[in-house]
Design a protein around this ligand. Structure first.
Ligand code: ADP
Ligand code: SF4
Length: 684
């Protein structure tokens, strides 16, 4: 299909100092959990982005010096020639597809860990470490500043040796150069503190030394946090960012604007932000510099992208998450296939991977993070290896992905679901406050299925073992999902709890099925992800008195991994949900929950108790099927996928469905590459 001419503007080249980006699609830096520990994975993942048409592809955050060590997270390093060799392979891979390679040189200052390097933390002024650790950063003296500038210059020279086209100075997300910019974090009284001109001196000098080091062979970019969301006491987008630009706006070759505080403010989940949410902070800044500007905002709609350019908000479409969910987003727009874009749902499972120190993963894109270790490509999948007919029972995330990927391979597929609508768990979960974008997981797959004539879909078709035995499929895939437990067993609750069989006790499944809670509600969350908080929000907004009780020290504690926990807690507090942490449910009476709280017992009265504790796989169909003679009826395999195998996230269900589809008819054992550190060369 020819490209829609409305989108031509997105494919214009843009000059960035001495280099030219081939189009306006700019994959801004994002952590990947790969970094220096998993260089093969990192290289393959960035190459796929370039292949997919991103005109600029940026690395993970890349430390300039061991005094900025983010262990145990897997960041990048440009400390020595070995790093140069590793990163040269990344730039070569990016260049193979005509894209520019950018490196985000990074010094975390008091927002580093230094757990591995054991170097003292550095900061503009002496202060406790930003990560909650019992250690303090020391105030940098002038010799430290000189050392920092030398380290930045040395890293920039190495970046040139490695072949980068754009070299960053990173003054965003609360890292060291931003710590100098912030009036709250910089209490110096010398030439690097006090007035904004002084506080911006370090940034100015870092830009200058970077420019001298790259000497016209690469562009110099600055990523600057424009607002630390601390009101007038902090660095602001309407007072301080414009002043910085008035002073040094022409110094670098490109400005990359982001939020200044934590990464959570920048990569906000869809539950707490709309597409383009940063515009309120960055609008107007582009007018203050003649240099090209980039910023992010979870852009997935080409019309919004065009609007960003035409309204002069930015020159590029900056993207991290949209490029993770669909590395081929630019190419799909280029080829008039924008309907095929796998739109980011803003769930932040990608953030959780880095926060947990494992390689990147994505709910929408099951191949993300698997480019090298499993050899998966987001757009290519081997064609079928037989004429097998596959029957899939269950059209939730796992069944849908399995059907779409098998269909793409060319297999004949029948997908049957008991419900009137496809989507499985998404039908309810996407109806919860702030989670409507999650339905994109279903809708994208439905759309792709609608293009295939080898996949038949049957709704309102609850399959029994007899139905399956008589169906005539070669392979049977069971994707029947899971259900919420009623016995109170959860992460902290090891054994079933007495008294939970009364009518006043509901699970999320009951609520999904239309049962309305009454009166005062106690929600007991021993699951720790989104469900407990989302139900609390829903019922409080309906006017119920709600207590959110959890044995964890924080509400929705696992959402720290998706950078959402603080936002969830704030929202629940704002709407008047009572929060009771460190409460472990030990028994229930007809109208009261008995909690153990730090060694004492507490009684919380309820009209309805909602249990969000754990899920059990729905294995009924599987058990009935394998009890009979399925082989005798010509079926070659019966396989469970997704939540009916082991209940987990939507991302894991999609992954499971995709993995089955990739593996069908494989005779070779599955290869999952492992990256091992190379021992230093020496006598053997
Ligand atoms: P997953 O996350 O693993 O995809 P879901 O719970 O989202 O699981 O989806 C399971 C789907 O399976 C639901 O849409 C449900 O209606 C369907 N289902 C469950 N049992 C059967 C069955 N026996 N026959 C057909 N569909 C079924
Ligand atoms: Fe978007 Fe979720 Fe994928 Fe991250 S994991 S890129 S937020 S869909």
């Amino acid at each position: 299909m020819p490209r829609d001419p409305r989108y031509d503007i997105l494919f214009e080249p843009v000059q960035i100092g001495p280099v030219a980006a081939p189009n306006r699609f700019f994959q801004t830096a994002h952590a990947s959990g790969m970094g220096h520990l998993r260089p093969e994975s990192h290289q393959a993942m960035r190459e796929v982005k370039a292949e997919g048409g991103w005109g600029v592809v940026t690395t993970d955050y890349c430390s300039i010096d061991p005094s900025s060590d983010d262990s145990p997270y897997s960041y990048l390093t440009l400390w020595d020639d070995e790093d140069v060799r590793q990163l040269a392979r990344v730039t070569e891979a990016i260049h193979r597809h005509g894209s520019l390679a950018a490196v985000e040189l990074w010094h975390g200052g008091a927002l580093s860990n230094n757990r591995q390097s054991r170097m003292p933390l550095l900061a503009p002024s002496a202060r406790p470490a930003h990560y909650a650790q019992p250690m303090s950063a020391r105030a940098m003296d002038l010799a430290d500043i000189r050392t920092l500038l030398d380290a930045q210059a040395a890293a920039a020279r190495r970046a040139i040796k490695a072949g980068f086209d754009i070299v960053y100075v990173y003054a965003g997300h609360g890292y060291l150069p931003f710590q100098f910019l912030s009036p709250r974090l910089n209490q110096r009284t010398d030439a690097y503190g006090g007035s904004l001109a002084n506080r911006a001196r370090l940034l100015k000098e870092m830009i200058e030394v970077t420019g001298e080091a790259v000497a016209g062979r690469a562009a110099v970019a600055v990523r600057m946090g424009v607002d630390e969301l601390a009101g007038p006491d902090g660095f602001t987008h309407d007072r301080d960012a414009p002043e910085v630009l008035s002073r040094i706006g022409e110094l670098p070759d490109l400005w990359d604007f982001c939020m200044a505080g934590s990464l959570g403010d920048d990569s906000k989940s869809a539950r707490f932000s709309e597409e383009g949410f940063q515009e309120q902070y960055v609008a107007g800044l582009k007018r203050l510099t003649s240099k090209p500007v980039v910023s992010v905002g979870r852009f997935t709609s080409p019309d919004r992208m065009v609007s960003q350019i035409k309204r002069g908000i930015q020159d590029f479409i900056g993207a991290a998450r949209p490029s993770i969910a669909d590395p081929f987003l630019p190419m799909k727009i280029r080829d008039g296939r924008e309907d095929e874009i796998r739109e980011c749902i803003g769930c932040n499972i990608c953030r959780s991977a880095n926060n947990e120190g494992v390689p990147l993963r994505c709910t929408q894109n099951p191949t993300m993070g698997e480019e090298w270790r499993r050899g998966w490509h987001p757009e290519r999948i081997p064609t079928k290896a037989s004429e097998a007919h596959v029957l899939i029972a269950g059209g939730g995330p796992a069944g849908l992905e399995c059907a779409a990927a098998l269909g793409k391979r060319g297999y004949r597929v029948t997908l049957a679901d008991a419900a009137r609508e496809l989507g499985g768990r998404l039908r309810f979960e996407a109806s919860l406050p702030g989670l409507s974008t999650w339905m994109r997981v279903r809708d994208h797959r439905l759309h792709m299925l609608s293009k295939l004539d080898n996949v038949d879909v049957f709704l309102e078709s609850r399959m029994t073992a007899d139905d399956i035995l008589g169906f005539g499929a070669d392979h049977v895939v069971l994707a029947t999902g899971s259900y919420w437990r009623r016995d109170g067993v959860g992460s902290h609750g090891e054994v079933p709890i007495t008294g939970l069989d009364g009518g006043a006790v509901l699970t999320p499944d009951d609520i999904a099925a239309g049962q309305a809670p009454k009166g005062k509600i106690v929600i007991y969350d021993d699951d720790h992800y989104f469900m407990g908080g989302a139900l609390s929000e829903r019922f409080r907004k309906m006017g119920h008195e709600v207590t959110f009780a959890t044995p964890a020290p924080l509400v929705s504690s696992w959402t720290q991994m998706t950078d959402e926990q603080a936002f969830i807690e704030q929202r629940l507090r704002e709407i008047g949900v009572e929060m009771a942490t460190r409460r472990k449910l030990i028994a229930a009476e007809a109208d009261a929950a008995i909690f153990e709280h730090c060694g004492t017992l507490e009684r919380h009265r309820f009209d309805t108790l909602v249990l969000v504790t754990g899920r059990l796989p729905d294995t009924r169909l599987h058990e009935a099927l394998i009890a009979g003679d399925w082989r005798g009826s010509g079926i070659r395999s019966v396989t469970q996928i997704g939540d009916c195998l082991a209940p987990s996230s939507i991302a894991d269900a999609v992954f499971s469905g995709h993995r089955y589809a990739r593996r069908l008819d494989s005779v070779e054992p599955e290869v999952v590459g492992r990256e091992r550190p190379c021992p230093p060369a020496g006598p053997t």
